[in-house]
Design a protein around this ligand. Structure first.
Ligand code: B16
Ligand code: MG
Length: 217
């Protein structure tokens, strides 16, 4: 039985990767090195602190934990500046309609995101009332691929993990879904998201009926 759909935020509901990238690049440049769009792929679904560590390693930059805290805060300020301009037009193709179709079918919906800015973004795009549970970076202690974020979402929804399907754009997120014993729809490229049960380029390319037909439901 399928009881709930759990959605990652960045890269599934909304395209914030470009804003994260600009803010990280600005930070890297301020430290005297560059950060390419290609390198940015490594940061998808990765927490803020871990992203900073990856970037500093790429730039061979050694920093104290105090400096790192300041850098992460600075990046977030720049990121917040960029996302103030977000509107419902930034919702990814088919995302809103798909979430609405899930609810109309009587299933529950949740967000499972690493982002501490989840609520700000959902309000900007006018989707803060679309989810029965919102588990974000402020609520979890262990980053994806740890299943904590998705297990907590299932708990808040009061459904069994095995009755949930996760929608994810990041490899770490798909691993997290698998670790939670949940089915997983990858949003992106099949060659990259090899562990997903099925992969589509956006939520416009799949229906709830197709999700239901994934094995084990
Ligand atoms: P913040 P998701 C993730 O969100 C992003 O993919 C990742 O790039 C970002 O570093 C992380 O959130 C933390 O975001 O700095 O806003 O707390 O894909 O799990 O929805
Ligand atoms: Mg994501």
């Amino acid at each position: 039985k399928l009881s709930a759909c759990i959605f990652d935020l960045d890269g599934v509901i909304v395209d914030t990767a470009v804003h994260h990238y600009k803010a990280w690049k600005r930070l890297a440049n301020s430290l005297g090195f560059d950060f390419s769009e290609h390198q940015n792929e490594q940061l998808k679904g990765v927490s803020r602190v871990r992203s900073l560590e990856i970037i500093l390693a790429l730039g061979n930059y050694v920093a104290t934990s105090e400096e790192k805290e300041k850098m992460a805060a600075q990046k977030n300020d720049w990121y917040l500046e960029l996302i103030t301009q977000m509107t419902p037009a930034d919702i990814l193709p088919g995302a809103k309609a798909f979430v609405e179709s899930v609810r109309e079918a009587g299933l529950k919906t949740a967000i499972g995101s690493a982002s501490k800015n989840t609520m700000t973004i959902l309000m900007k795009i006018g989707m803060d009332k679309h989810f029965d549970a919102i588990v974000d970076g402020n609520k979890v202690t262990k980053a994806k691929p740890d299943p904590e974020v998705f297990l907590n979402a299932a708990k808040e929804l009061n459904v069994n993990a095995t009755e949930c399907v996760v929608f994810e754009d990041a490899i770490a997120g798909i691993e997290a879904a698998k670790n939670a014993a949940m089915r997983c729809v990858g949003i992106g490229q099949p060659a990259v998201l090899t562990e997903a049960d099925t992969v589509v380029s956006s939520l416009a390319e799949i229906t709830l009926e197709e999700v239901r037909s994934l094995s084990a439901y």
